[in-house]
Design a protein around this ligand. Structure first.
Ligand SMILES: NC(=O)c1ccc[n+]([C@@H]2O[C@H](COP(=O)([O-])OP(=O)(O)OC[C@H]3O[C@@H](n4cnc5c(N)ncnc54)[C@H](OP(=O)(O)O)[C@@H]3O)[C@@H](O)[C@H]2O)c1
Length: 305
């Protein structure tokens, strides 16, 4: 049983299809009901025996995230083996979520933080559950602004994206620590796809009239990976039996833009435990404490990251 967020298109769609081809029962999570249904139908047409369902959820809306987690828990019969936190937005103009949080932070990090927390009972019912969170090589340019990442005083569209991709890695480190101190079998892993021919970033730039920037981005993305190839680091993170919590996979080629999936290095900031702790506490508070602080499971206690 696997959930892939943002799998109506792009890398998520490719990853979901690979998983379905390998026999996984896959749930496509995306914000549009029509796109989700169309993607699931298309996948069933291509793979006759594919078990695919779609769940609608706008990750920027925490009420929808909670509802989607309940729906997913019912669909998977209370047991989820794999969650791939892949959905993402990039290069948006300054926009806030309905709860007032900066949109890259809200979708790329906070929505996934809350979804993972609400799905914990289902994940922990599986024998070896895994959470794969999709970052980017651009996390190297991100800063840990744990004081106010949800409501920055000054806004720049690309740095907001870079920061959210660093937050994805800080979350994986926090989740690894959270599970390890409770001696839970959950493994949290990160992956990044390289530079990929999708609409990420360019949709927002086109909508904002930044056509030259959009075309340059599309030209660069189209030169490197297809979504199919770019899904490999995610799939290795999701399925390699030797993976341990906190590992990070990406393409092994030049500048990690394309190539076969290998272990990759994260920026030193992604290992900063003070940032991990601050981001964890902030995310818990903003999303209504989806991670139980102490003894969520009988006989096991643990510290927060
Ligand atoms: N493309 C690249 O070069 C690249 C490089 C590094 C990392 N990445 C990472 O790879 C991941 C996938 O990106 P992609 O390139 O495949 O992008 P994409 O083609 O634009 O797909 C993004 C997916 O996320 C979904 N999504 C967007 N906002 C959402 C929301 N509020 N709630 C739920 N789902 C939402 C989209 O749904 P709709 O289409 O219905 O809006 C879509 O299915 C992202 O995390 C991104 O940061 C991409």
């Amino acid at each position: 049983m696997a959930v892939v967020t943002g799998s109506s298109r792009g890398i998520g769609a490719a990853a979901a299809e690979h998983l379905a081809r390998r026999g996984a029962h896959v749930i496509i999570l995306c914000p549009s009901s029509s796109l989700g249904t169309a993607s699931a139908d298309a996948m069933r047409r291509r793979l006759v025996r594919a078990q695919v369902e779609s769940v609608v959820c706008d990750l920027a809306r925490l009420d929808q995230v909670r509802g989607a987690a309940e729906r997913i828990t019912r669909l998977v019969g209370g047991r989820l083996d794999l969650l791939v936190n892949n959905a993402g937005v990039a290069a948006l103009p300054h926009t806030r979520s309905p709860a007032g949080f900066e949109m890259h932070f809200a979708v790329n990090h906070l929505g996934h933080f809350a979804l993972t927390g609400h799905l914990l009972p289902a994940l922990l019912s599986a024998p070896r559950p895994r959470v794969v969170t999709v970052s980017s090589v651009l996390h190297w340019l991100g800063r840990c602004r744990a004081a106010r990442p949800h409501a920055p005083r000054r806004y720049y569209r690309w740095p907001a994206y870079f920061d959210s991709k660093l937050a994805n890695l800080l979350f994986t480190r926090g989740l690894t620590r959270w599970a390890q101190t409770r001696e839970l079998p959950l493994r949290a892993v990160s992956a990044h796809p390289g530079l990929v021919d999708t609409t990420l970033g360019s949709r927002a730039l086109h909508a904002d009239g930044r056509r030259c920037e959009a075309r340059l981005l599309e030209w660069m993305q189209a030169r490197w990976h297809s979504p199919d190839q770019a899904a490999w680091p995610l799939l290795r993170a999701a399925s390699d039996p030797h993976v341990t919590g906190g590992e990070f996979f990406g393409p092994g080629g030049r500048w990690e833009w394309s190539g076969s999936p290998v272990h990759v290095r994260a920026a030193r900031r992604a290992h900063d435990d003070r940032c991990v702790a601050r981001l964890w506490q902030l995310s818990q508070r903003l999303s209504g404490h989806p991670f139980p602080a102490s003894s969520g499971w009988p006989g096991r206690r643990g510290e927060d990251p």
